[in-house]
Write a protein of this length. Structure first.
Ligand SMILES: CC(C)(COP(=O)(O)OP(=O)(O)OC[C@H]1O[C@@H](n2cnc3c(N)ncnc32)[C@H](O)[C@@H]1OP(=O)(O)O)[C@@H](O)C(=O)NCCC(=O)NCCS
Length: 160
């Protein structure tokens, strides 16, 4: 990826004022990822239910929230990575994953809808592998990052 395509991105914990924008990004990502026959069932207020009891971070570029990641920290499980379609393929998704990986204890896992082939290709491109290849549970596949060291060490908080 060329340097000029990488925007300046800051990842920080989400604040209440971010939630409407996060819901918009979540909805547009779901519409992008799902087949037409499911698109009509998604609503803007699904986001609050989706991230209830999860930690949520946002990526900010040009003063605007352009992506989000949510995780269940005790379970070591990343649940959602969504980037504004206008900001995709510019390193934001990778940056969000790196940020949250650095805050989870290995083994770090994530779930992805089995039919979301684009997202699965993204995860596999950036080093994630299916825990049990070919196994789909409740329409989802489970991925694991084998090495926490593969996450960006610069993101790792200093040892206590
Ligand atoms: C999947 C998603 C989060 C990726 O975010 P992104 O910001 O576009 O990804 P990045 O720009 O950080 O990509 C990092 C690398 O993965 C590659 N990549 C991105 N999308 C890819 C895809 N669909 N297939 C293969 N590789 C992909 C990039 O080219 C880049 O590679 P490089 O570093 O070798 O140049 C984003 O496309 C998205 O929000 N999709 C809709 C919502 C969704 O499906 N989320 C997942 C739900 S589990």
């Amino acid at each position: 990826m060329s340097v000029e395509r990488r925007p300046q991105v800051v990842v920080r914990p989400a604040e209440p004022a971010d939630l409407t924008r996060c819901a918009e990004i979540f909805l547009s990502g779901r519409l992008q990822a799902k087949p037409d026959d499911e698109a009509g069932i998604f609503r803007l207020d699904d986001f609050a239910d989706e991230v209830a009891d999860q930690d949520l971070w946002v990526a900010v570029a040009d003063g605007r929230v352009v992506g989000l990641v949510s995780a269940d920290i005790p379970a070591g499980l990343i649940r959602n990575v969504f980037v504004d379609p206008a900001w995709q393929k510019r390193g934001v998704g990778y940056r969000l994953l790196s940020h949250v990986c650095a805050r989870l204890r290995p083994p770090i896992r994530l779930i992805c809808a089995a039919r979301n082939h684009a997202a699965r290709a993204f995860y596999e491109h950036v080093g994630w592998r299916e825990v049990t290849p070919g196994v789909v549970r409740d329409g989802h596949v489970l991925y694991q990052h084998m090495s926490a060291a593969a996450c960006d060490e610069l993101e790792r908080p200093p040892a206590a």
